[in-house]
Design a protein around this ligand. Structure first.
Ligand code: CTP
Ligand code: MG
Length: 215
């Protein structure tokens, strides 16, 4: 069994809604509620801790921090240690989470320090300088677009989050912090549908997919 941490404490600046992104209505419900449904229905999840923006009232939730890693750290601090000490981290911004993906990620942890849900990249990715001059084209066959859930051995995640604040502030995911310490991280194939709501376009796509699912 695992404890799930859901980070929902971001401001959602790129979405540009009037309030925090996790509470924006999508397909009739707050964004956050969709992933909570999947986690509560998942057999491998024993409990869920949510981090929300400081000042937002949400039952049972803890206050998030200045950056994403600080929100994860705050949530981890109030998560009770489970029998086998496995922690799943999920972004509230990914409302298309399914029970199937949760189960695949938790099961996938065997033999690793951490695993990340990820989809094979379909675009060709080039690296370019600030001058827009292309430096190189990456080998797409080895590239994965990383999502959440990310599942960790609890001791490994705690150590990753104990790094200095500048390291944490620069991280866009928790598995990267584990990699920085030499951890053994694996990918779990995930559908591209498990998209992150970042911009208004993403919100429109998520709305369509969630309505389709409910139909
Ligand atoms: N997050 C968080 N605490 C923060 C920053 C982000 O809990 N201090 C969470 C967000 O709520 C989101 C996830 O981390 O579920 C991924 O972050 P992102 O998509 O960047 O969301 P926001 O930070 O809210 O959006 P933006 O960067 O556009 O402001
Ligand atoms: Mg952000």
């Amino acid at each position: 069994m695992a404890v799930a941490l859901v980070v929902a404490a971001g401001r959602g600046e790129r979405l540009g809604a009037s309030g925090p992104k996790a509470f924006v209505t999508v397909a009739g419900r707050p964004l956050l509620e969709w992933s909570l449904d999947a986690l509560r229905a998942a057999p491998s999840i024993a409990s869920v801790v949510v981090a929300v923006p400081p000042g937002v009232e949400y039952p049972g939730a803890v206050a998030g921090g200045e950056h994403r890693s600080a929100s994860v750290r705050n949530a981890l601090a109030s998560a009770s240690a489970g029998a086998d000490d496995v922690v799943l981290v999920h972004d509230a911004a990914r409302p298309l989470l399914t029970v199937q993906l949760v189960e695949a990620c938790v099961a996938g942890l065997a033999g690793f320090d951490a695993v990340v849900a990820a989809a094979p990249v379909t675009d060709t990715i080039k690296e370019a300088g600030a001058d827009r001059v292309v430096r190189r084209t990456l080998d797409r066959s080895a590239l994965w677009a990383v999502q959440t859930p990310q599942v960790f051995r609890r001791d490994v995640l705690a150590r990753a989050l104990a790094q200095e604040d500048a390291v944490l502030a620069a991280a866009t995911d928790d598995a990267g912090l584990v990699e920085a310490l030499g951890g053994h991280v694996g990918v779990v194939p995930a559908p591209r549908e498990n998209l992150k709501v970042t911009t208004p376009l993403d919100l429109r796509v998520a709305e369509l997919l969630l309505r389709e699912r409910g139909a």
